[in-house]
Write a protein that binds this ligand. Structure first.
Ligand code: SF4
Length: 540
């Protein structure tokens, strides 16, 4: 047994290594990034040759993890909640094929949208795919449950979804680690027809998945993640995942004696829930995310006993916390202390010296003189170009959408149709939109903000570094309309001229603004200096 102080996300990485994974596949996305980063910097990753580089997007990550499972080895796939939308095709079908080596899909939800475009709840995807969902409440549970999830996946021959939320992922705790298990031997799937989803096989596999449902429900009924904490009062609480902690905090702080049914494994344990609700006069449903279980427990006709996010006992959106639970239980909240006027607002902004600043200066100079000055953007640091002083971009919908939205706008007759996308985002899902534009010979200009990294999530490798020019050429963009610029003050006039030329081009053009992220450059210099001072220590 080893003790380590770890973030919740890191606890998952540690557990996956200790469970004997042979690979982790992921696309960075807050609050899931640290799972893969932990695995990447762990000495056992190198020692045991665990595969751990970043994938182009969440779909390719999940497909690769499934391939490793097909080969008989254990694999972990990590993403943030919106990444599961990208991986949804592979995700739902992986439930039909089933797995060979254990496959755990760790999905980090972000209630309150700390760094996301929506609040969606991955438990719904788990139900949609009809696979087990595990929802730990503490960091130690994250560790233990991840280890168990691999065994469960192999036993049931199904992928297992591990749901975590920002609060759990990004808080630190002492973790007891088990001794590491050896990796599985290479043992490719003995019934490869399972993985050939032609209709006749798919129907057979789907029936198998349906047949497994009573088994999954029975496991939930007896899971240690689903358990009753007795109490003498008649009003009870059903608490899910991390919300269980908030509930217990309020119960302990106020000396309450409410029975609590804690749920951490899905499908929902129906019998357990029914028994609990029958014995209570009122029930508060506390779940972080959507009112997924509350809707189910209330039923269409409604159940006047049941309270939660749907009737306003708890707020419909945002993260839960102990204060909100207390208020829902009729305990008056103490007024939060006023924020001192000396504490100034600090709106997010691009780092000083960031190349995107010079890029936006050039874009604004060109676009402000156009009849249509709107620019479609993607998701990355450059999305901050929507804020003053730039006000230079006018959309941010999902990864890759900048290119396809500009293409659609060009189809609608909008000129110029301009997209801004990052290098990593481009290979994530912008690349296919560019292919569409090339095939349709649209008049679009795709500006790629190439900072040679995935900066917004902390500087993970980008799948396109150093190859954007060739990739665009390979897709069919004319060589003379792929221009590379360096976003520096001294180049402003030249950059404006080139942008003007390409925006005027009545076909597809790509303008790559290439300059390394300042943060990454500084980190690289620091590590080079450190290595010079202490080569042995840094190299190990
Ligand atoms: S992290 Fe890098 S790319 Fe992002 S704003 Fe800062 S310097 Fe620019």
């Amino acid at each position: 047994m080893r003790n380590h102080l770890l973030l919740g996300a890191e606890a998952i990485g540690a557990a996956a290594l200790d469970a004997g994974i042979s690979g982790v596949y992921a696309y960075p996305g807050t609050p899931s990034t640290e799972i893969t980063e932990f695995i990447q910097r762990s000495p056992e990753t190198v020692h045991n040759a665990v595969r751990s580089s970043w994938s182009a997007n969440e779909k390719t990550a999940l497909e690769a993890a499934l391939g490793m499972s097909f080969a008989g080895k254990r694999s972990l796939c990590c993403m943030k909640h919106v990444g599961l939308n990208v991986a949804a095709d592979a995700f739902i079908n992986a439930a039909i094929t089933g797995v060979n080596g254990g496959l755990v899909i760790a999905v980090a939800d972000d209630p309150s949208m700390h760094s996301s475009q929506n609040e969606q709840d991955s438990r719904i995807y788990g139900k949609f795919a009809m696979i087990p969902v595990l929802e730990p409440a503490t960091q130690q549970e994250l560790y233990d449950t991840t280890v168990e999830a691999f065994a469960l996946s192999e036993e049931l021959r199904l992928p297992v979804l591990l749901r975590l939320t920002t609060r759990l992922s990004h808080s630190r705790c002492g973790i007891r680690r088990l001794s590491a298990r050896k990796q599985n031997e290479l043992q490719p799937e003995s019934d490869p027809k399972r993985f050939v989803l032609i209709p006749s096989n798919a129907r057979r596999q789907y029936d198998k998945l349906l047949d497994l449902q009573p088994e999954l429900a029975a496991r939930s009924e007896s899971s240690h993640l689903n358990r009753l904490i007795e109490g003498a009062e008649k009003s009870g609480i059903v608490a899910f995942g991390v919300a269980f902690n908030y509930v217990m905090e309020v119960i302990q702080a106020h000396g309450l004696s409410k029975p609590v049914l804690r749920i951490g494994q899905y499908p929902l344990p129906e019998k357990m829930l029914r028994r609990f609700i029958e014995t209570c006069e009122t029930v508060l449903v506390a779940e972080d995310g959507y009112p997924v279980a509350e809707e189910y427990i209330r039923g269409l006709a409604g159940n006047p006993k049941v309270h939660g996010r749907l009737d306003g006992a708890l707020p419909r959106s945002g993260e839960l916390n102990a204060d909100l639970i207390a208020e829902a239980l009729g305990i008056r909240r103490e007024k939060a202390p006023e924020v001192l006027s000396i504490v100034a607002d600090r709106p997010p902004e691009l780092c000083k010296g960031c190349g995107h600043r010079d890029m936006f200066e050039a874009i604004s100079a060109v676009m402000n003189n156009q009849a249509n000055h709107q620019v479609f953007s993607d998701i990355g640091c450059y999305t901050l170009g929507a804020l003053p002083p730039f006000n230079a971009i006018h959309s941010c919908v999902d990864m890759g959408a900048a290119v396809t939205m500009a293409k659609g706008a060009a189809d609608a007759g909008m000129t110029p149709a301009v997209a801004v996308i990052g290098d990593s985002t481009f290979t994530h899902s912008g690349i296919t939109g560019l292919l569409d534009a090339v095939n349709d010979r649209n008049a679009v200009t795709v500006i790629i903000a190439d900072n040679t990294t995935t900066a917004m999530t902390g500087g993970q490798a980008s799948a396109a570094t150093g190859r954007l020019q060739h990739i665009c050429e390979g897709i069919g963009v004319e060589k003379e309309h792929i221009r590379t610029l360096v976003p520096l003050k001294k180049n402003l006039e030249h950059n404006i001229t080139v942008l003007r030329e390409e925006i005027a081009h009545e076909g597809v053009s790509v303008v790559i603004f290439l300059r390394e992220c300042v943060e990454i450059a500084q980190r690289r210099l620091r590590s080079a200096k450190q290595q010079k001072r202490n080569p042995v220590k840094t190299a190990s």
